[in-house]
Design a protein around this ligand. Structure first.
Ligand SMILES: [Zn+2]
Ligand SMILES: [Zn+2]
Length: 429
């Protein structure tokens, strides 16, 4: 065997890796299939409903649009994943395992029972981890912390409670993650290596979020990231829950403090060769971002929870492409099916996001098709164009398409307010 053949063979091994990405399950243990969306499909009291609502005749066993996920939905996703590939190289969970309402439940006296709700957060993470392990007992499972996985949204628990929380997660995740570095105890961020050779760096983006003020710890985490990437031999995958930069929603909402984004992209740009992917969740849609001065794939992954009227979706990476599978809850009898694969949709050789972006920018129809794929909605015949744009951007219909189209495109390629505004106004950036 000559030297070049060995190099080719080794690199083909890397490229043929197969893994699943699941994000934003928001497992809701209080989901009740007979209750409608008015109280998030709950039959229990919580902050917005101090009385027990009445059930409907319209039962939705596998989930309801506008509500978080019942266990049966996660189970059916895992069943489908096992049919697609029973032995992937590894599986990634990008956080927000816990329902949006776990900390808002009221007891019989109509008071918030903080201790019970904290127990519920932990128990949900236990249930979810156990269920995924049950379906993939031989698979390495690597998880990141989301903004709904703590005891307060967007806040990492601190002090003694924070230490206990991290200890709890470490003990729960370690057996299936195989390796979790000691940095986990500094703030829930860590290094792991996949059996197949990836160097995984999972961040805790609750610190970096624009809705949190934890400067010292944030800078510490980013310094840790810099050291890890600089010392790495390559094939790094960075896991984030919240991505830096803007959402498509509401004219654009910033995910991280801009100072932290700047440091993050500095690390990425200086080490672009070593970074295979940046994977994030949180936006409840499957999309991508184009980094200013590097060609590193930055992939935003779709959600299992259908709370934003998106269809539940998971993603399968294989042979330098990815495919989304969706569960069409707009159908009376929903089934899992393929939504789209990136290379097929853009007719490209690989994950070339710069080219894909240019195509979306120059073709309005393609952009709309991509948006409907990003929420798993391409087969929903009953959905109007207005409804699609509302789901995507929360936008005012009269603004369709130009302003909203700019918001969508600019949220894919800008990371600070100045450039985002210039981009929205169609000025050169
Ligand atoms: Zn979420
Ligand atoms: Zn989130």
């Amino acid at each position: 065997m000559n030297f070049f053949f060995i190099i080719w063979f080794l690199s083909s091994l890397v490229f043929s890796q197969r893994f699943f990405v699941i994000s934003d399950v928001h497992l809701d243990v209080h989901y009740n299939s007979s209750y409608d969306t008015s109280f998030h499909c709950h039959s229990t009291r919580h902050v917005e409903s101090s009385y027990i609502p009445t059930p409907t005749n319209n039962s939705k066993i596998y989930g309801r649009l506008g509500c978080d996920s019942p266990k049966s939905l996660l189970k059916s996703a895992l069943e489908e994943m096992r049919l697609i590939d029973p032995s992937p190289d590894f599986l990634v969970l990008l956080g927000d395992s816990v329902s949006h309402y776990a900390m808002h439940l009221l007891n019989n006296e109509n008071e918030i029972d903080v201790n019970y709700n904290k127990y519920l957060v932990r128990q949900t993470i236990v249930d979810l981890t156990n269920l995924v392990e049950e379906f993939f007992p031989e698979t390495q499972i690597i998880q990141a912390i989301g903004n709904n996985d703590g005891y307060e949204r967007y806040q990492a628990p601190s002090g003694r409670e924070g230490a206990e929380y991290l200890e709890f997660l470490y003990e729960l995740w370690k057996p299936s993650a195989i390796e979790i570095s000691g940095s986990f105890y500094d703030g829930g961020y860590y290094r792991s290596f996949t059996g197949s050779g990836y160097h995984i760096l999972a961040l805790n983006t609750n610190y970096l979020s624009s809705q949190s003020e934890r400067k010292e710890e944030s800078l510490e985490q980013l310094e840790w990231l810099r050291d890890e990437v600089e010392e790495s031999d390559g094939d790094v995958i960075i896991l984030l829950h919240i991505p830096p930069g803007f959402s498509m929603y509401d004219g654009g909402e910033q995910g991280w403090h801009e100072d932290y984004s700047k440091i993050f992209f500095d690390i990425v740009e200086n080490n672009a060769r070593k970074i295979k992917y940046i994977l994030s969740g949180h936006r409840h849609l499957g999309s991508f971002k184009v980094i200013p001065n590097a060609t590193v794939p930055f992939i935003v992954n779709p959600a299992i929870s259908p709370i934003f009227f998106n269809n539940p979706s998971f993603r399968y990476f294989n042979e330098s492409d990815y495919t989304d599978f969706i569960f069409n809850l707009y159908d009376e009898a929903p089934k899992w099916k393929k939504e789209y694969s990136f290379k097929e949709f853009f007719n490209l050789e690989g994950l070339d996001f710069i080219q894909a972006y240019l195509e979306l920018e120059s073709d309005d129809d393609l952009l709309e098709k991509f948006l409907s794929h990003s929420r798993g909605l391409s087969n929903v015949k009953t959905l109007s164009r207005d409804q699609l744009w509302t789901i995507e951007t929360g936008g005012n219909h009269t603004e369709i398409p130009d302003t909203l189209r700019r918001v969508v495109l600019c949220s894919m390629k800008t990371f600070d307010q100045v450039h985002f505004n210039l981009c929205k106004n169609n000025e050169n950036i």
